[in-house]
Design a protein around this ligand. Structure first.
Ligand code: ADP
Ligand SMILES: CSC[C@H]1O[C@H](OP(=O)(O)O)[C@H](O)[C@@H]1O
Length: 396
């Protein structure tokens, strides 16, 4: 690959992104290139560049010095681009089948150049259309189990783990999660965003001392437990899927945190999709929750038994305790994510896209009751069947 001199930061345009791809030697000479900015996320620019003859494409993702969804009034570190490309490379060393190939990255331009995954579909979009993605949970369960185990004190040299954790210290992006997932939705904060009709339900949440205490405990875990390298934002909009392939993208929130966090985010986004469906079409979502947990526990347990580097790994009861705690935490984190995607700053199309206002408000009220009980009753769920039970009990 051609080496280009690193440049001073400037936001790319479609023209400049094309010129960069040519300078990097990513296309054959004279290829007729078409570039479009396709970013639909909250934070970054994403350029899709395709050779019109061969149909081969690449993606150039660039961080902006602010959060795109809010604008320049919310400055945001460009370092998130380095975190993202390093996380993709780290994950690729354990599960290359589940992440896009990174071709190039440049810290000063805050870009990651990666494999074009346009043959797949963003899982959130597909799930909203009613797709089921039969292998999604098998793949995500394995992705989480392997990345968690191999980056933990049980799966890697413990001195090396500390260095790796240092390289993923990600204070600004963690602060977004600390605020938007764990704090603001539980207070009358100006980042919150919900329909007027939901105000009585939301005010009831804000006055719920039991809920606030449990949300505080979950936030404390997120702040303090440097257990494994997390993706940090593993919602269904961060996953490309088809019937037989799954790729995880967008790990700019990666950091060392509690093992249950990615599981909880994924569970929550499956639940958010279930909340948008009629009862008769929800089953695949609950089956995905079961399957994610089953695959996660079996892959993680096998690695623990066969590859652990920690003397205490064989101590009877320890693995069970790690898995039990991971599950309880995941349930609580899922509850926080369900609530924040309903009344916080960043919503999801699964709920906001319900056209009929009455149905939409009904689904959102259901989400608030479900999220609350996931948080408050997380220790009593006793297995993934508990998600079904709470879902039904909170439907009314
Ligand atoms: N490797 C890729 N291949 C094809 N499209 C991509 C790729 N990465 C991102 N995209 C597109 O860009 C959108 C935004 O990307 P994402 O990484 O989620 O950005 P953000 O960090 O702003 O949320 C995705 O929803 C997808 O449509
Ligand atoms: C102001 S950031 C809000 C929200 O956006 C991120 O998601 P994404 O980059 O995938 O769109 C993340 O979930 C943040 O909490």
């Amino acid at each position: 690959m051609t080496i280009v001199q690193s440049a001073v930061y400037e936001p790319l345009t479609e023209q400049k992104a094309t010129a960069l791809a040519v300078r990097l030697g990513l296309f054959r000479d004279g290829a007729p290139l078409l570039c479009r900015e396709i970013g639909d996320g909250n934070l970054n620019l994403v350029f899709h560049i395709v050779d019109q003859e061969t149909k081969q494409g690449i993606i150039i993702k660039q961080a902006l010095p602010y959060a795109k969804v809010v604008g320049e009034s919310w400055p945001l570190t460009l370092k998130r681009a380095v975190i993202e490309s390093n996380a993709l490379r780290t994950f690729a060393s354990y599960v290359p089948q589940y992440v896009p190939n990174v071709y190039y990255s440049d810290e000063s331009l805050a870009i990651t150049v990666m494999e074009d995954l346009s043959h797949l579909q963003i899982a959130r979009k597909g799930l909203i259309e009613g797709k089921t993605y039969p292998l999604l949970s098998r793949h995500i369960g394995e992705f989480i189990a392997k990345t968690a185990f191999y980056t933990s004190d049980f799966g890697m040299n413990q001195q090396e783990k500390k260095k790796l954790a240092q390289s993923f210290v990600n204070p600004e992006l963690c602060k977004i999660t600390e605020d938007l997932v764990f704090t603001d939705p539980f207070f009358d904060h100006d980042t919150n965003n919900f329909e007027d009709e939901l105000r009585p339900d939301v005010e009831a949440l804000w006055e719920d001392d039991r809920l606030r205490l449990e949300a505080a405990k979950l936030k404390r875990k997120f702040l303090t437990e440097a257990d494994v390298l997390l993706h940090g934002d593993l919602h269904t909009g961060s996953i490309f899927a088809s019937d037989d392939e799954t790729k995880v993208i967008d790990p700019e929130f990666a950091f060392y945190g509690p093992i249950g966090f990615d599981l909880g985010q994924f569970f929550a986004n499956l639940l958010l999709n279930a909340l948008s469906r009629p009862e008769s079409e929800r089953r695949p979502l609950f089956d995905h929750i079961d399957q994610t947990w089953d695959v996660f526990t079996s892959v993680f347990s096998e690695l623990w038994r066969t590859e652990s580097v920690e003397t205490y790994a064989a101590t009877p009861g320890l693995l069970d305790e790690v898995l039990r705690q991971a599950f309880v935490d995941a349930v609580g984190f899922a509850g926080c994510e369900v609530i924040r995607r309903t009344i916080g700053l960043a919503h999801v199309a699964d709920l906001d896209g319900i056209d009929q206002k009455v149905e939409r408000l009904t689904a959102k009220r259901h989400a608030l009751r479900l999220g609350r009980r996931l948080i408050v009753e997380r220790a009593e769920l006793a297995g993934t069947d508990g998600f079904r039970r709470l879902f039904v009990e909170t439907e009314r």
